[in-house]
Write a protein that binds this ligand. Structure first.
Ligand code: NAI
Ligand code: SF4
Length: 440
């Protein structure tokens, strides 16, 4: 299913940066540097189109949401009703919190103007005059950088009234959250932005119909919006020449764990973990891959058997997981899978918002069982109990957090049941925690 371009596996072809092209340049976050790298050129092209043509263009490019779900971006914009007399809003979800995911925050830190330019284009398309950036609260340096970039954009006439003489008026508000994982769920984010406790709303209605202040709202991920200017400037055909047919384009992968060179890697969708590891220096010397996540801990884990799965929505889906946020967390043979799953489950139990019973009670119960097994106090029937509890969370919870919590339980029991059994029969963990630097 790979596009012909991906058959050329030379590093130059596979790692052709767009969003991260000048991250290491001096003062890369400033307007001057951005403009030296095609900055605000896409906006000029967008403003020369009608809003409807612009939406059609982004739809044709095949851009899919980079926050995890892969929903087509142009289609989401098209859902916004026109002529309804209500204000329309764009809300950028910058509450990046999925374990292992580290792409939006570095992007905002190094290149905030790509997001601001993308937001202006999106607001022109959906006929919005007020947009928000909901930023993860812990990243104060990024908050400062975003404020500075927005101020620069106002001063240069890219924000405010009659932008570039087009008649478009737009204000951007930067809002910092308070550090709750659930506020990355789009409707909890909207509640939080409105000043309420962040808990998911019932969907439908989707935000496109009733979002911020009950008005039609597009909620898009940072990377999705930041990808739009290059699509406009270089063309939808250029974008479609990368990646696979149903998942075109480039994207940012977060590579972490027991790898030689962790970091953000920009490459086309459809690349494989084997290719990424070959180009980035592989696993840490003397060690081999044991298990990994294609899209953060909420996506079912893979093993070394899955090294050649194309990292696009279809390829990862067909192999039994989800592309999610493209957070490739790699663990070597020194890692205890039970310990890793316990750590993740503790995270979900802590971050569960408590609104629905399966997730609130189930994640707590999973943690108790996992801690017992890891400490050598488990019994064999606990394994079926783990599966049973996860089954009662998965698909029966109010939002995707519950499904995410169930997924490492299912996949670890599928691939590593023997390791769980070893903990029970051996009355404890067979791994030396000092050797696995990830958990040190
Ligand atoms: P979803 O598939 O329910 O929705 C995706 C988007 O499409 C949403 O914006 C939704 O409003 C829109 N949509 C779907 N159907 C629609 C319809 N009929 N009409 C109008 N709009 C519609 O996925 P969800 O629950 O929004 O996100 C789950 C994903 O989030 C997971 O795949 C996970 O990977 C990712 N995630 C990302 C995190 C991060 O830090 N970036 C954190 C946790 C999860
Ligand atoms: Fe809250 Fe968890 Fe229910 Fe989502 S699944 S609404 S996070 S309790």
């Amino acid at each position: 299913t790979l596009a012909p371009e991906l058959k050329d596996t030379s590093p130059e072809k596979l790692l052709a940066p767009v969003l991260s092209a000048f991250w290491d340049e001096d003062r890369s976050w400033t307007l001057d540097v951005y403009k030296r790298h095609e900055g605000y050129e896409g906006l000029r092209k967008a403003l020369a189109m009608s809003p409807d043509d612009l939406i059609a263009y982004v739809k044709d490019s095949g851009l899919r949401g980079r926050g995890g779900a892969g929903f087509p971006t142009g289609m989401k914009w098209q859902f916004i009703p026109q002529g309804d007399g209500k204000p329309h809003y764009l809300v950028v979800n910058a509450d990046e919190s999925e374990p292992g995911t580290c792409k939006d925050i570095p992007l905002l830190f190094a290149n905030p103007h790509s997001l601001i330019e993308g937001m202006i284009i999106a607001c022109y398309a959906i006929r919005s005059s007020h947009a928000f950036i909901y930023l993860r609260g812990e990243v104060v340096p990024v908050l400062r950088r975003l404020h500075a970039a927005v101020s620069e954009a106002y001063a240069a006439g890219y924000l405010g009234t009659n932008i570039l003489g087009s008649g478009l008026d737009l204000d951007i508000t930067v809002h910092a959250g308070a550090g709750a994982y659930i506020c990355g769920e789009e409707t909890a984010l909207l509640d939080s932005l409105e000043g309420r406790r962040g808990q998911p709303r019932l969907r439908p209605p989707f935000p496109a119909v009733a979002g911020l202040y009950a008005c039609p709202t597009v909620v898009n991920n940072v990377e999705s919006i930041a990808s739009v200017p290059a699509i406009l400037h270089r063309g939808k055909e250029w974008f479609r020449s990368m990646g696979s047919e149903k998942s075109p384009g480039f994207t940012l992968y977060s590579l972490s764990g027991h790898v030689a060179s962790p970091g953000q890697y920009e490459a086309p969708l459809g690349i494989t973990l084997r290719q990424l590891l070959e180009m980035s220096g592989g696993m840490r010397p003397g060690h081999r891959l044991k298990f990994w996540t294609p899209g953060g801990s909420s996506t079912p884990m893979f093993t070394d058997e899955h090294l050649d799965v194309p990292l696009d929505y279809e390829g990862v889906g067909a192999a039994g997981s989800m592309l999610g946020t493209k957070a490739l967390q790699c663990f070597d043979e020194t890692t205890c899978v039970v310990r890793a799953v316990t750590r993740w489950t503790e995270f979900y139990a802590h971050e569960s918002c408590g609104k629905c019973t399966p997730c609130r009670e189930g994640t707590y119960w999973l943690v108790q069982l996992l801690r017992d097994i890891e400490a050598g106090k488990g019994v064999m029937s606990d394994l079926d109990k783990l599966n049973d509890i996860a089954d009662n969370i998965n698909g029966k919870s109010f939002c995707a957090l519950g499904d995410g919590a169930a997924s490492p339980i299912f996949s670890s029991l599928k691939y590593f049941r023997e390791e769980y059994e070893q903990h029970i029969t051996g009355r404890g963990c067979p791994f030396d925690p000092a050797k696995s630097t990830v958990w040190a």
